[in-house]
Design a protein around this ligand. Structure first.
Ligand code: ADP
Ligand code: MG
Length: 292
């Protein structure tokens, strides 16, 4: 395409709510055949809410929420926001707060050493879930929720269930991406059951779901698809997605997401609407004359 056509393409992009880093990006956009979608905040709203609290025999719901809420108050993660919000305003301070990316958080509250997160994080502390809490967690996940365990002073004492909703336009966006000949893949650090429930809702088969990946493994997932000979676009919003956005042949950042994602992406979808991802690919092909 001529430089003029490319500039017209980028101008049209701005009208559609797509910010393009440079005209050369359109060329890459045209070639992609696989589109990796981050789950939380990209396919879903990312606005999680508390759905339930389960406690061990020696703990109350109030205690679980208060201690977990105090630690989560220091985190920006969607799970953390849901828990802190449900716990209310009058929370005790946390000391020695630590965020373990993709796994959870820990800190000292009211003299108790508190850990909130995935079973994998608790196992690092040699903490095991009592059977009834493990069962509550399994049930919540099977229903598509995200469940995190809460432990303090050496024992797991609660499970918090949070959940998210799929954005209204996500299923249509997946349909349009497929219509453009692209293969959508769902990628998430969340549990497999929740990931598959979201995937089913938007029309992605379980075999195209990559779940329970740590933030640093998201980039490996993109590399593996590239090693299969695929040309990969990645759509994401989180700090966790930045490396994968940079690794992808084409990185599309949600404009509603973090600065790290926007900096790593080649394109920004200003309104954070997945439908616009399909528009971006269609625009690139049109600008470069491959479709009419
Ligand atoms: P995603 O890929 O969906 O954005 P993340 O990699 O950020 O997910 O997180 C993966 C999982 O790690 C979450 O589903 C949750 O179980 C756990 N996790 C991450 N951060 C926190 C937190 N602040 N509190 C509790 N659990 C967390
Ligand atoms: Mg996300």
């Amino acid at each position: 395409a001529t430089p003029t056509a490319l500039l017209v393409g980028t101008g049209r992009g701005a009208q559609l709510g797509i910010l393009i880093k440079g005209p050369e990006v359109l060329e890459t956009t045209r070639r992609v055949d696989t589109v990796v979608l981050d789950k939380t905040g990209t396919v879903t709203t990312g606005a999680m809410a508390l759905r339930g609290v389960h406690t061990a025999a020696d703990a109350t719901e109030e205690q679980v929420l208060r201690l977990a809420g105090a630690v989560e108050h220091a985190s920006e993660h969607p799970v953390a926001r849901a828990v802190a919000k449900a716990a209310g305003d009058a929370l005790p301070p946390v000391e020695g707060f630590e965020n373990v990316p993709g796994l959870g958080v820990q800190g000292v509250v009211d003299g108790h050493a508190v850990v909130v997160g995935r079973v994998r994080l608790l196992e690092d502390w040699s903490l095991k879930l009592p059977d009834d809490l493990a069962e509550a967690m399994r049930r919540a996940e099977a229903e598509g929720s995200t469940a995190v365990a809460v432990a303090w002073d050496g024992a797991v004492r609660g499970v918090l269930v949070v959940g998210d909703t799929v954005k209204p336009s996500s299923a249509e966006a997946v349909r349009r991406l497929r219509g453009l000949g692209l293969r959508p893949v769902l990628l998430t650090g969340d549990n497999r059951a929740a990931a598959e429930a979201v995937a089913a809702e938007v029309g992605i088969p379980a075999e195209d779901v990559i779940a329970e990946v740590l933030p640093e493994e998201k980039v490996d997932a993109v590399k593996r698809l590239q090693a299969e000979g695929r040309s990969v676009a990645m759509v994401g919003d989180g700090v966790n997605d930045a490396a994968a956005l940079a690794q992808a042949d084409l990185g599309l950042a949600m404009g509603t997401g973090t600065d790290a994602a926007i900096e790593a992406g080649d394109l920004t979808l200003v309104r954070g609407d997945l439908l616009v991802a399909a528009d971006a690919i269609r625009l690139a092909r049109k600008t470069l004359g491959t479709i009419k």
